[in-house]
Design a protein around this ligand. Structure first.
Ligand SMILES: [Zn+2]
Ligand SMILES: [Zn+2]
Length: 236
């Protein structure tokens, strides 16, 4: 098993570095931090169980040459008021049924929503009010894994995760093994507009974090049994 896994993990997979631009967006863009979410109809803007509309942290079109999700649109939402690490809930060796909506003790449901959408052709009429809208650019790069199969520690889609701790693997409730899609580096700041409510446990008033600033590895169901069938692994 290990020999097989090592061989697989050393493969150099297509990868794109995700660069955050500096010029604020004034109109919808498909690749953005904050901004106008491109959602499938009739997907509404996600709300947290606390009743707050979740903040759109970022979204982009997954490049077409990437396996499993190429050509689809990834969106990452997270509640401002709820800021914690994700905690996988398992049953019979799999993530629990509908884990994207299932209780996340001590919370009655997850405080985030990650979506992979296939028909996201129109932007929402309103922009994300808190996180500053900035353009994202995806640039191909060579993500050569080290001897342990660990890839570059950067904001990227594709390639190999840069596991800060031991690699984590999960099986979707549907039975498919989740596959790695994207990672957000530890402590990545998302600038917010002045005067917006502060995030709980954040370091500064002018930034929000995802999952307490943990490194985030998004693993998703390759069978795409649900647009929200994505598990955000947190490590630091
Ligand atoms: Zn909340
Ligand atoms: Zn699934």
């Amino acid at each position: 098993m290990f020999a097989h896994d090592t061989r697989r993990m050393r493969t150099v997979l297509p990868a794109y570095e995700v660069e955050v631009g500096t010029e604020p967006l004034i109109r919808p863009a498909r690749n953005s931090v904050g901004g106008w979410p491109f959602l499938d109809q009739p997907q509404d803007w996600p709300e947290c169980f606390c009743g707050e509309r979740m903040a759109l942290f970022f979204q982009f079109d997954i490049p077409r040459d990437l396996e499993h999700f190429g050509g689809h649109h990834l969106l990452v939402f997270h509640c401002r008021a709820h800021n914690d690490a994700s905690d996988p809930q398992l049953a019979d060796g799999r993530l629990v049924p509908k884990y994207w909506d299932a209780p996340q003790p001590p919370y009655p449901a997850p405080f985030w929503r990650v979506l992979i959408q296939s028909h996201a052709s129109l932007p929402a009429p309103e922009a994300e009010p808190s996180v500053c809208a900035l353009p994202l650019t995806l640039r191909p790069f060579v993500d050569t894994p080290d001897e342990e199969g660990v890839g570059a520690q950067t904001f990227k889609v594709g390639g190999s995760p840069s596991w800060a701790q031991d690699p984590e693997e999960y099986t979707c409730a549907c039975g498919a093994d989740l596959v790695y899609v994207c990672q957000v580096p530890e402590g990545m700041d998302f600038a917010v507009h002045p005067g917006q409510p502060e995030q709980s446990y954040s370091v500064r008033a002018d930034t929000y974090w995802l999952f307490l600033g943990n490194e985030v590895y998004l693993l998703a169901c390759p069978d795409r049994c649900d647009p929200a069938a994505v598990w955000p692994v947190n490590q630091h």
